[in-house]
Each structure stands twice: as structure tokens, then as C-alpha cells.
Design a protein around this ligand. Structure first.
Ligand code: B12
Length: 316
């Protein structure tokens, strides 16, 4: 085989596209003539040509390796947004029935919201949330029964290897869009007189959906909220607690690897003489862990977090 052939073809494809801009077609399998494992060479070459701008390959459409290369290339080149099709096929999942519209309009509204989050229907979600509120559902109910419930199901499927990160990300974005809409329609309590809460997801951890929910529920219940975001170093949390004279520091951790940051923050708050009580949460955290770390409170969900926060500051 000519060691320069592949590069020549790729350069030609690029120049052809840049100078002429016409669609291109070509046969692929000659490249592997005389080489061992021709399917491997062909599919690799195919992927390179797709990246180089090839539009219409001449190939055996029933060759599984070529199909795989096409599918993976489309995901990598952004032609399969978020790699959704790739993830479904790669996981050997049956393609979902494309009846999302029927699904979300036929289901009771909370179910429809849950399903839309699971399916990553980012553009539909705000309308569904608005409808749920118009039908008389409360923000907390939508949050717990639809949004959190959807993410819990996603967590189970993700853990079981049935869905993959691109799908989880899309669902997370959908959940964020839903939540933004909720916050817009149910503004924070007019008076924030219950006390100050500094909230953050700990260093090394980018999970912030649950922290955002908990923070918004606290803000809706009359707490002044200082949200430091995600992946926040212990030092920044301690500094903010002192600067804002926080009554409560809320820490969120979702991974076993980042939970240890809770211990660190508690230790540093103590060393700095901060008066704030520490309330912790997040999927990985348990009551036992919270107790061992010396936290003042643990809440498994945002609604409980609000109750505990009120008890901490002694205000209903
Ligand atoms: C969504 C998600 C993501 C999204 C996060 C998007 C975002 N902006 O948050 C993305 C795709 C980015 C992601 C990335 C990763 N993830 Co992830 N992710 C999840 C998933 C599926 C759901 C989490 C979620 O949002 N749940 C819904 C919310 C509402 O629940 P929650 O956060 O627990 O919050 C509730 C309560 O805990 C509580 N609460 C939350 N915060 C707080 C704070 C306070 C103060 C209080 C009191 C209460 C409280 O109230 C909330 C409900 O009201 C979980 C699975 C699961 N079962 O949790 C995995 C999971 C957490 N992820 C996991 C992993 C491993 C990762 C990655 C390392 C994957 C990878 N290979 O790259 C990366 C990590 C990146 C990083 N450095 O952080 C593992 C962690 C395993 C472990 N035990 O350590 C899990 C458990 C999945 C699994 N089974 O493997 N992930």
C-alpha cells in the first residue's frame, strides 16, 4: 500500500471542499487492497474521510463496522447532537418511539414533565411547567414529583449502563430549563428575614441540580441565599460564610470522592471561628456520614432542608 495515499485523499477532499464547495463522492475499499484486516482499515479510512468532508461514500451499507464508524463519526462531528443516536444504538436499546409529542400531551401533566426531562425535550419543558402551575400544581410538587423523580430514574439507568453521559447531560439541561421557568414564575419570597444561607457544591464536584433546588426552596421560604455555585474550594466557602455572617452553610456533594470535602469545610469553618451551622446533602451523603463529619444537619431533599433550616434559626 502507498503510505501517502491516505493523506493525499484527505488533502484532496479538503481542497475540493474549500475551493469548489461541491459535494464529493468516492469509493473506499481500494485503500486496503493487499492489507490484512481490510475491514479495520476501511472503517478507519471511512471515518477520516467523513471528517475530511466526504459526502457520499461508495461502500457496502450492510457492513457493520462501516455502520459503526459512520454512527461514531456523526456523533464526534456534531451531526448527531449530543451523541443521542449513538448512545441509543451503542447501548443496544430499541430506538424510542418518536411519539414524544403525543406522550407529553396525553400524560397527566406531572408525568409529562417527568417524561420530557427523561427524553431531554429541552424546548418543550418551559411550556409544560407553565401548564402545570396553571393547573394548580405547586412549585414544590413539580420539583419533587416530576423533576427530581425524573433525575432519580435517570440516575438508576445511568448507573445500570442503560444510558450514557450525553443523555444525562441533555436531561440535566432540560431539568435546568424547567427549574429556571419555575423560578421565573414563582419569585423568591419578598422578605428574606429568616437568616442567611451560604450554599455550594463542594470542590471537585460539578453536580448542582439538587443544590439549585434546595437553594431555591430556601430562598422561597424567606432565607437570604448566597449561592457560590459548584466546584467551590473549602477556603472560598469559609470566606463567604464569614463575610456574609451566615447562619447556615449548605454543602452539596454527589460523589463518594467529593464527600470528604465536607469534612474539610467543617474543619476550616471551625478553625476560622465561623458561627454558621452546617447543613449537608446530595445523593452520596447519608445521615451517618453527616454525623461522622460533625455536620449540624442532614437533609435528603430540599423540602426537608427548609424545615431543618427553619429549626436551626428558630423561626417558622
Ligand atoms: C445528572 C448527573 C450528572 C450531570 C450533572 C449535571 C448538573 N449540572 O448537575 C453530569 C452529566 C455533568 C454528571 C457528571 C458526572 N457524574 Co453524575 N450523575 C448525575 C445523576 C444521574 C443525577 C444527579 C441529580 O442531579 N439528581 C437529581 C437531584 C435533584 O438530586 P440530588 O442532587 O441528590 O439533590 C437532592 C438531595 O440530595 C438534596 N440536596 C442536594 N443538594 C443539597 C444541598 C444541601 C445543603 C441539602 C441540605 C440537601 C441537598 O435535595 C435534592 C432534592 O430536593 C447521578 C445519579 C444519582 N442517582 O444521583 C449521577 C452520579 C452522581 N454521577 C456520577 C458520576 C461518577 C459522574 C461523573 C464522574 C461521570 C464521568 N464518568 O465523567 C461526572 C462527574 C463530574 C464531576 N467532577 O462532578 C455517580 C457518582 C458515583 C459516586 N457514588 O461517587 C452517580 C451517582 C451516577 C452513578 N450511579 O454512577 N452527572
Amino acid at each position: 500500500a502507498d503510505a501517502k495515499a491516505c493523506r493525499e485523499v484527505l488533502d484532496t477532499l479538503r481542497l475540493y471542499r474549500e475551493r469548489l464547495g461541491y459535494p464529493s463522492t468516492m469509493g473506499l475499499s481500494n485503500i486496503s487492497f493487499g492489507l490484512p484486516n481490510r475491514p479495520l482499515i476501511n472503517s478507519t479510512f471511512f471515518a477520516m474521510c467523513l471528517a475530511g468532508g466526504l459526502d457520499a461514500p461508495i461502500m457496502n451499507p450492510y457492513d457493520e463496522r462501516m455502520q459503526d464508524a459512520l454512527m461514531a463519526s456523526r456523533a464526534l462531528l456534531g451531526e448527531d447532537p449530543n451523541g443521542i443516536e449513538f448512545s441509543k444504538v451503542a447501548a443496544n436499546l430499541a430506538a424510542p418511539k418518536k411519539a414524544a409529542v403525543a406522550k407529553t400531551t396525553d400524560l397527566p401533566i406531572l408525568e409529562a414533565i417527568k417524561q420530557a426531562v427523561i427524553d431531554g425535550e429541552k424546548d418543550e419543558i418551559a411550556g409544560l411547567v407553565t401548564r402545570a402551575l396553571a393547573e394548580g400544581h405547586e412549585g414544590n410538587e413539580i420539583t419533587e414529583k416530576a423533576l427530581t423523580a425524573a433525575m432519580n430514574d435517570i440516575g438508576v439507568d445511568f448507573g445500570a449502563g442503560k444510558i450514557f453521559l450525553p443523555q444525562v447531560l441533555l436531561s440535566a439541561e432540560t431539568m435546568r430549563a424547567a427549574f429556571d421557568k419555575l423560578k421565573e414564575l414563582i419569585p423568591a419570597a419578598a422578605t428574606a428575614d429568616k437568616g442567611t444561607v451560604v450554599i455550594a457544591t463542594v470542590k471537585g464536584d460539578v453536580h448542582d441540580l439538587g443544590k439549585n433546588i434546595t437553594g431555591a426552596l430556601l430562598a422561597n421560604s424567606g432565607f437570604k441565599l448566597v449561592d457560590l455555585g459548584k466546584d467551590v474550594p473549602a477556603e472560598d466557602i469559609v470566606r463567604a460564610a464569614i463575610e456574609h455572617d451566615a447562619d447556615i452553610v449548605g454543602l452539596c456533594a454527589l460523589m463518594t470522592t467529593t464527600m470528604v470535602q465536607i469534612d474539610k469545610v467543617i474543619q476550616q469553618l471551625h478553625d476560622a471561628g465561623a458561627r454558621a451551622k452546617v447543613m449537608v446533602g446530595g445523593a452520596a451523603v447519608t445521615q451517618d456520614y453527616a454525623d461522622a463529619a460533625g455536620a449540624d444537619a442532614y437533609a435528603s431533599d430540599g423540602v426537608k432542608a427548609v424545615k431543618l433550616a427553619k429549626a436551626i434559626v428558630g423561626k417558622e
